[in-house]
Design a binder for this molecule. Structure first.
Ligand code: ADP
Length: 185
């Protein structure tokens, strides 16, 4: 009797669907962005609800981990705010308890996620945005979201190793984009 081929269930499913070509096509067309579910969201038990919003929208989670962010990395991340009076306060707040870091993928993911997040000041953020629905503050505003494609690239590299980011085909892909959207930027 011959041995069974050495492949995982996911690999054999992908093979069945001709998923290899699908996978490479998807990667070219999609953007990635970094989201940090911040300590206030963690303290308020809102991490799941925040993450659900992105999943429900149709964004794909391609990396995720929990980390107690350390001041040196946070200082790099918030270098653009170095001269602000609240700079030390953000570093303290962001390093107080672990955060959840997520890389989301989708068409125009950077812009879509920023819109879903809302403006910095939670009190001014429109209802329907994450900050508008859950935040009353300009500091404790639940999420960080990359603000441009270039920033997203740098931020993802800052917080994730290449091997922590997953390329895979999700069963719902067919239902998220039109045929045309699947082919064009
Ligand atoms: P955003 O997160 O909306 O891109 P910024 O990059 O300007 O905004 O600021 C980074 C983070 O610093 C904010 O999300 C918030 O947590 C904190 N922050 C911004 N402005 C203030 C402020 N005036 N006072 C206290 N914290 C602030």
């Amino acid at each position: 009797m011959q041995d069974e081929p050495d492949e995982t269930a996911q690999e054999s499913r992908e093979k069945e669907m001709g998923a290899e070509s699908e996978k490479s096509r998807e990667v070219i067309l999609m953007e990635q962005t970094l989201v940090i579910i911040k300590p206030d969201a963690m303290n308020r038990d809102l991490a799941g609800r925040v993450l659900s919003r992105f999943e429900e929208k149709g964004l794909k989670i391609v990396a995720m981990k929990m980390e107690l962010l350390q001041p040196p990395k946070l200082k790099e991340h918030y270098a653009h705010l170095k001269e602000k009076p609240f700079y030390n306060e953000i570093i303290k707040y962001m390093s107080s308890i672990p955060s959840i870091l997520v890389v989301l993928e989708g068409k125009q993911a950077v812009e879509v996620v920023r819109k879903m997040t809302g403006p910095t000041q939670g009190r001014d953020a429109p209802s329907g945005t994450i900050r508008g629905d859950f935040s009353m503050s300009n500091q404790s505003n639940l999420v960080h979201a990359s603000d441009s494609i270039e920033t997203a690239k740098n931020e993802i590299e800052r917080f994730f190793k290449k091997e922590e980011i997953h390329e895979y085909v999700k069963m719902n892909f067919e239902w998220i984009y039109s045929s045309e959207e699947k082919l064009k930027k």
